[in-house]
Write a protein that binds this ligand. Structure first.
Ligand SMILES: Cc1cc2nc3c(=O)[nH]c(=O)nc-3n(C[C@H](O)[C@H](O)[C@H](O)COP(=O)(O)OP(=O)(O)OC[C@H]3O[C@@H](n4cnc5c(N)ncnc54)[C@H](O)[C@@H]3O)c2cc1C
Length: 309
């Protein structure tokens, strides 16, 4: 083990994001994980990935809003993005990911506000010929996020939702969302959740992920399998065959910059692959989180800083 990696392992998991947040990250490291700062940067990356047969779900990275005005500013950022996606004729290549918390879910009367704001984004997405998938925040926001999705689906049935396999409830939530046209992104779940509501052993999370995939692939909806885990990707392929799912009736999703060779391999094998592509002002914080969750990448960054110094 390298000295840098050893030092990292001695730092507590909770302290790691704070440490990484103050690191001077090089453009190379930033470019690996995010498209850039502007809408133009995002569209260029969408086009580059489209040329490789890879679709995208674009996320505008902004700070969580402190008031309604800031939440509306986030909506405006998505409208501008979606107008440009529509103008460029990229609606069949790029959809958008929206965090309900970024558009006001945690503010007073947050559910109502998030529905109003998400509706505006869905309308812009519809005009651009594409759709919206709602991201999922921590376990305290699941009911509200499901309620937002349900309200939107009335007018925008293609609105997707993200579920987190680490929560005990998720297999059951998957079962209620297996109807035709239902777009469900299943991920392991970011961050820690308490043992009363979540599996805390990584093996249990993986087993829950497999159960959720079974429910979704066996159902009538459109599963979006968001994981970089090689074992789960392999199991996904086997389950898709078992349930008679042709490529394109489900899709794989991975983050921009994570296992890019695997993204290309899956796309080249005829699978539908969508990359989560963030851009915007808050990109330093996002990249810091990616590095903190993968100490191997972080140790490479720290080693290069030591060499530079
Ligand atoms: C498209 C997409 C959308 C998501 N949306 C949400 C959401 O709405 N809510 C939510 O809670 N979570 C979301 N997540 C995050 C998800 O919950 C996991 O935290 C994350 O994907 C890591 O889990 P994993 O399945 O890749 O497995 P892990 O066990 O974490 O990783 C498996 C392997 O992938 C590789 N890997 C993983 N992360 C990195 C990295 N940062 N850098 C380099 N290699 C890495 C490593 O080789 C690792 O061994 C999303 C993830 C994706 C891909």
């Amino acid at each position: 083990m390298s000295p840098v990696r050893g030092a990292l392992e001695a730092i507590s998991r909770s302290a790691l994001p704070r440490l990484v947040a103050v690191l001077p990250l090089s453009a190379t490291v930033m470019d690996r994980y995010v498209a850039g700062e502007t809408v133009r940067d995002a569209l260029l990356a969408v086009e580059e990935l489209a040329a490789e047969g890879i679709e995208t779900t674009v996320d505008h990275l902004g700070a969580d809003p402190a008031d309604e005005t800031q939440a509306i500013a986030a909506v405006q950022a998505y409208r501008i993005l979606l107008d440009k996606i529509g103008d460029a004729g990229l609606g069949h290549r790029a959809e958008v990911s929206v965090s309900p918390t970024a558009i006001g879910l945690l503010l007073p009367e947050g559910e109502k506000l998030a529905i109003e704001n998400a509706r505006k984004i869905c309308r812009a997405a519809h005009s651009a010929g594409t759709s919206v998938t709602l991201a999922m925040g921590d376990h305290t926001t699941v009911d509200a996020t499901l309620a937002v999705a349900q309200a939107l689906r009335h007018d925008f049935p293609g609105t997707g939702i993200t579920l987190q396999a680490h929560l005990h409830r998720t297999e059951s939530d998957c079962r209620t969302l297996t109807y035709a046209g239902s777009r469900v992104r299943i991920c392991k779940g970011a961050g820690d959740a308490p043992a009363e509501v979540a599996f805390t052993d990584p093996g249990d999370v993986d087993r829950s992920y497999v159960r959720c995939m079974k429910v979704l692939l066996d159902g009538d909806g459109y599963p979006m399998l968001a994981t970089h885990d090689p074992r789960l990707v392999e199991i996904a392929g086997a389950l898709a065959s078992r349930y008679g799912r042709a490529p394109g009736t489900y899709e794989y999703q991975l983050r921009h910059g994570v296992r890019p060779a695997e993204q290309r391999r899956l796309a080249a094998s005829g699978e539908r692959v969508r990359v989560y592509l963030p851009y915007g002002e808050e990109r330093h914080r996002y990249v810091a989180q990616r590095l903190a969750e993968h100490p191997q990448s972080l140790s490479q960054v720290l080693a290069s800083l030591v060499r530079r110094g």
